[in-house]
Design a binder for this molecule. Sequence first.
Ligand code: GLN
Length: 509
Amino acid sequence: MQTLPKRIKGFSNRLKSFEVNHMKKPHSLSAKEIIEKVRGGELKAEDCVLSIFNRIEEVEGRIHAYVTLTKELALQKARKIDAKVKNGEVLGRLPGVCIALKDNLCTEGILTSCSSRILDGFIPPYNATVVNLLLKEDAIIIGKTNMDEFAMGSSTETSYFGATKNPWDSSRVPGGSSGGSAAAVSAEEAVLALGSDTGGSVRCPASFCSIVGLKPTYGLVSRYGLIAYANSLDQIGPLSRNVYDCALLLNVLASYDPKDNTSIRVPSQDYTQFLVDDISDLKIGIPKEFFGEGIDERVSKIIWESIYTLEKLGATYEELSLPTLRYTLATYYLIAMSEASSNLARYDGIRYGYSIDYDSKNWNEVYSKNRRIGFGSEVKRRIILGTYALSTGYYEEYYLKALKVRTLIRDDFNKAFKKFDVLVGPTMPIPPFKIGEKITDPLSLYLTDLLTVPVNLIGSPAISVPCGFVDDMPIGMQIISPALREDLLLKVAHIHEQNNKFKDYAPKL
Ligand code: GLN
């Protein structure tokens, strides 16, 4: 391992703890490098798996990214891939790439817990569509990652299994709810990972862990086998250490699925072809509200530096206002909690998961007790609030009103997209905070979702890319595009990455 040779202006002495990512052990390689080496017979898939598990052994005690590890299955898959190489058989698109899956994605024969006690011992009999897509392409699944219980949270602190730590500073949160997936990728305990993003859960932890995270257009990636939080908002997305790898993973994930009735039929494409260094015609919109109340000035400053970089590279930018943004948090939480209360009604402890020992035939009592013990307090809070918002007499007042405001928000963005190709701002309003700092005050935690929830409400895609540090903690920039313009997002993210001086930094563990 090589220690960073020079100090970079603006960093404190803790810079010593940062390194240039020059390590060439398989767990440190990019997906692109692994694919090339495995194809060329230079690297065995089995060695990729062994290297990843050595790394996990080395650092996992300090990170706690995983709920379940599947080393034996990973080795079996790796040997099959190596045999294919040896026999000259056709390989999939991700041979030997070790991938971690958020624990709300169903995996046949492997515990899928949503980091909740209520799913204790739940072994799905089938794979989520995305899992089958990955396996078909010769990717290797190495385990299931920790998350906020049922994906409700922004810090990975509400997990029944305990909090995940930020690899850049173990006293801080990795973001959430896909915190385990992001921490695993950042700490090189996985090459790639999948998360789910209902209101920011891929982009928030990507930002906090200094990696790339994409929330695709609603419907581009199948949700079949993703345990639902809020169906009209949920979307599965890739997490990676660079933009190219993100595009590679999206190539595999973006695929029409008849099993998901919101799945969009779009021709499959190679997203890596859009990673060209030309943004000369690009018009960037900067929503003023993304730099207004509640946004840490140090975060704003770093994002503006990135905007100036994009300008130097040929783009033009202009500020705009999205007046309905002030309603997005309230709208999001009403819709998300309402849908969640309905989705989570199925967990009664009778058919699967946690159950008390019961003799009673008083089913109301049994269900209540199972749910009281099985769910954590944040999940219960949301079920109660969501049930209230959907109840007779309040439905029109809350849920229906939120749906109407959702339309107004969409109109606001559509207007902006008539003038601009992409919108840019921070991903998170503040740098990663301390573990325990916000968890006792749910409202302060909800406020951190201010800038990520809008795109879930409108269905558009957005990406978070690393762009700098505040007090040695990572800051991510968010790029938003109209629906199905992931090509644009990846292009802007890529050119930004190539011109970002922090691009090769990794946390020292
Ligand atoms: N933090 C948001 C929430 O708690 C978003 C979570 C998510 O995207 N799954 O609802």
